[in-house]
Design a protein around this ligand. Structure first.
Ligand code: SF4
Length: 359
């Protein structure tokens, strides 16, 4: 087993514990966040990354984001995407518009649809079922559809009056394959109140994700930080996800994001690259039960993405073809993705949603 030094600091003892394959506690994660040496954390995170994944390989995938409506009654303080219901300035995509978007995506190699939108109770449940089944019937069952954050699924519970299990059963029968871990941000009551008091509470978010996982709808989880959260709240969030994962094993990956300044309604501090990378390494060390850590090039750029791949991440997720909520773009062509990964020191491998390597 790799030894870091002869006489260890408390943070080095924690890192050695992780290297020895033992689970670190939330308190130990907090100590690393506050006092850990980034280069030591990076080394340990890379070792752990290589136990979960093949060393020297980094993966990517391609999907089209289809935001079916921007009408939303949730009003998250950080969102620049939504239009108020009845403003007459928003949109709801028709089935034909969705199919056209997917036709374009498939023509350039994206066989996954990420279907998500605002919470608009006027849309009938049949709209979702019709679009899911139409995408599958038009383009084939192999097209993977990932859709709906917990708050959207809760809206469907409300408009149908059906239990969540029945809502999910019907969505699955229509074509839903998986769910994103979207809408989590920071799952503490205090931050929920600051960021999005009308959104699913932490308990509701967990209830919906747990039900999805138990019904075979796997997904990813994320954290978005860089506002008024404390460092302990970051750890609380990670711990909530780890505990849920212990029960369901439904998260295939975890993605650390930072808030971007998009509205004047909430405070954003610019998370320095070093802190982003430290938290990413911490996630790799903390999540002994999630196989993949993704880095998003859309948030801090390609230079930081290259270091993230050396700090615990094994996947860059892109090519994202449309992302209205974030209003920025990742790498758009497959050739450029491959070139980026090679320049980062890795052999590029395309994957499907389940992380099966395609070639
Ligand atoms: S982030 Fe999503 S749920 Fe929140 S206001 Fe925007 S569209 Fe609505």
């Amino acid at each position: 087993m790799v030894q870091l030094t002869e006489k260890k600091l408390p943070t080095q003892e924690i890192l050695q514990k992780a290297l020895d394959g033992k689970r670190i506690t939330p308190e130990e994660a907090y100590t690393l966040y506050m006092e850990g040496d980034f280069l030591e954390m990076q080394y340990v995170a890379r070792e752990i990354r290589n136990r979960f994944n093949k060393p020297g390989i980094a993966s990517y995938t391609a999907f089209r984001v289809v935001n079916y409506t921007n009408y939303c009654n949730v009003e998250c303080s950080f969102c620049s995407f939504m239009d108020e219901i009845n403003s007459n300035q928003g949109y709801v995509l028709t089935k034909d518009q969705v199919l056209k978007k997917m036709e374009e995506a498939i023509s350039i190699g994206a066989e996954q649809m990420f279907f998500q939108g605002g919470v608009y109770p006027e849309i009938p449940f049949d709209y979702y079922l019709d679009i899911l089944s139409s995408v599958k019937n038009t383009f084939g069952k192999h097209i993977h559809i990932r859709g709906f954050s917990p708050v959207e699924l809760m809206n469907m519970e409300k408009i149908t009056g059906l239990p969540l299990e029945e809502v999910l059963t019907q969505l699955k029968q229509a074509g839903l394959d998986s769910v994103p871990g979207a809408g989590a941000e920071i799952l503490t009551e205090r931050m929920r109140y600051i960021l999005s008091p009308k959104k699913a509470t932490p308990q509701e978010w967990v209830r919906v994700m747990e039900t999805c996982h138990k019904m075979g709808l796997k997904g990813s989880a994320n954290i978005v930080w860089g506002s008024e959260e404390t460092r302990w709240e970051v750890i609380e969030h990670l711990n909530l996800i780890r505990q849920l994962q212990d029960r369901t094993h439904g998260f295939l990956s975890f993605i650390p994001w930072t808030f971007q300044k998009q509205t004047k309604k909430f405070y954003v501090r610019n998370v320095p690259a070093q802190e982003y990378l430290k938290v990413l390494a911490l996630c790799r060390i903390f999540f002994d039960n999630i196989p993949h850590i993704e880095t998003s090039l859309m948030v801090l750029g390609q230079g930081v993405g290259q270091i993230a791949l050396q700090s615990g991440a094994d996947d860059i997720s892109s090519i994202v073809i449309e992302e209205n909520v974030l209003k920025s773009y990742g790498i758009k062509t497959e050739e450029r993705v491959k070139q980026f990964l090679i320049e980062s020191g890795f052999f590029p491998v395309k994957r499907d949603f389940d992380y099966n390597y395609l070639y």
